[in-house]
Design a protein around this ligand. Structure first.
Ligand SMILES: NC(=O)c1ccc[n+]([C@@H]2O[C@H](COP(=O)([O-])OP(=O)(O)OC[C@H]3O[C@@H](n4cnc5c(N)ncnc54)[C@H](OP(=O)(O)O)[C@@H]3O)[C@@H](O)[C@H]2O)c1
Length: 328
């Protein structure tokens, strides 16, 4: 199986490549080569910037691929270019989308499956949805078989472990220093985190699986937890107790919309998903890494790289903690 992965050295890509190698696939990655040392042995690499005119087409368009996986397509223009380049040049195209395409409404039975209406609120979610529609249209028109995969929060070594407020949080350093940390609402919002090695299985084993053609799949763990529990798990890994202070999401977000945009887009709402369709069609997609285990691995790696973000001189966060104390 000849697979082209656009991206390849990123967080989820690393999990995909690992399982594609287990399957014995012949892998080529296309990226800018800015993350040296992250390419596993036996993987070919093509370098280039996908956004530079003609570069992706010249590097990848002349060959026939069994599978093309695009991990870094974010706009309809990029999707249209993919379709132009790979129509008739690949058998199966897999697009990495996001659960942000569902928006923020909580369904009657809490867990969102693929039948839930897609009403994204963010530019990111709206663009991903438009890309999904273009790839599924290309599928219907017979340009290639297309599959859409929608991860939720995906984590793993080499990348920061988000908290309820921020993609690269100061909370873990605060917990290490015995300082209180913030969470939106009452800390009882539902959340699911999936290790990149588990998410990677859905892409790697979904490849060339005809059941997935023309389909969209959530790619999430079955084990959901509250944010309060999430913080407790991370704190236990850091060997400290957690002192959680709560404020309404809006109060936090309004204080610094750019910094706390995650709350408005997704983490200020329940994020609970049902991935049983994926498990049905791709039985190899089992989520075997529990959050406490994966979080420990991710934090050990961050400590080793000295990459836990410092909480020093963070007046905005301190003000919000004071506001939470006054509110309680
Ligand atoms: N992580 C999550 O929680 C989450 C949740 C939902 C959906 N997603 C989706 O997951 C996807 C991200 O996948 P990932 O985790 O594997 O990626 P990632 O960690 O963001 O890594 C990006 C990859 O793309 C390459 N790249 C970046 N810009 C490029 C450019 N202009 N031209 C060529 N290559 C470029 C990077 O290598 P170079 O820097 O060397 O070019 C790297 O290999 C996105 O589509 C995102 O929407 C993620």
């Amino acid at each position: 199986m000849q697979v082209l992965i656009i991206g390849g050295t990123g967080l989820i890509s690393t999990g995909i490549v690992k399982h594609l190698l287990t399957r014995g696939a012949s892998i080529t990655m296309f990226n800018r080569g800015q993350r040296s040392g992250e390419r596993p042995a036996g993987v070919a690499v093509l370098h280039g910037d996908r956004n530079a005119p003609g570069v992706l087409e010249r590097a990848c368009g002349a060959r026939r691929w069994d599978v093309v996986i695009d991990m870094i397509c974010f706009t309809p223009e990029q999707a249209q270019l993919d379709i132009q380049i790979f129509a008739g040049q690949c058998a199966h195209f897999i697009f990495c989308s996001t659960v942000c395409t569902y928006g923020i409404k909580v369904p009657p039975r809490v867990f969102i499956d693929e039948s839930f209406p897609q009403e994204p609120i963010s530019t990111y979610g709206k663009n991903k949805l438009r890309c999904e529609q273009l790839f599924l249209q290309a599928h219907t028109e017979g340009k290639f078989a297309a599959t859409i995969i929608r991860p939720s929060h995906t984590y793993g070594p080499g990348h920061p472990l988000i908290d309820n407020l921020e993609p690269d949080p100061v909370a873990w350093d605060r917990i290490e220093r015995g300082l209180p940390v913030l969470c939106a609402g009452d800390g009882l919002g539902l959340w699911v985190s999936t290790h990149r090695d588990d998410v990677g299985k859905l892409f790697a084993y979904g490849a060339m699986n005809t059941k997935t053609h023309g389909q969209a799949y959530n790619a999430t763990h079955t084990q959901h937890q509250t944010w309060e529990h999430y913080y407790q798990t991370v704190a236990a890994n850091l060997g400290k107790p957690v002192d959680l202070r709560c404020l309404p999401a809006r109060k936090i977000w309004e204080r610094d919309p750019a910094r706390f945009g995650l709350l408005q887009e997704i983490t200020g709402f329940h994020g609970a998903y049902n991935s049983s369709k994926a498990t049905r069609d791709v039985p190899e997609f089992t989520c075997d890494i529990a959050f406490p285990t994966g979080a420990a691995e991710t934090l050990i790696d961050a400590r080793h790289r000295k990459a836990l973000k410092s909480c020093a001189n963070d007046a905005v966060y301190e003000q919000l903690v004071s506001a939470a104390e006054h509110a309680s």
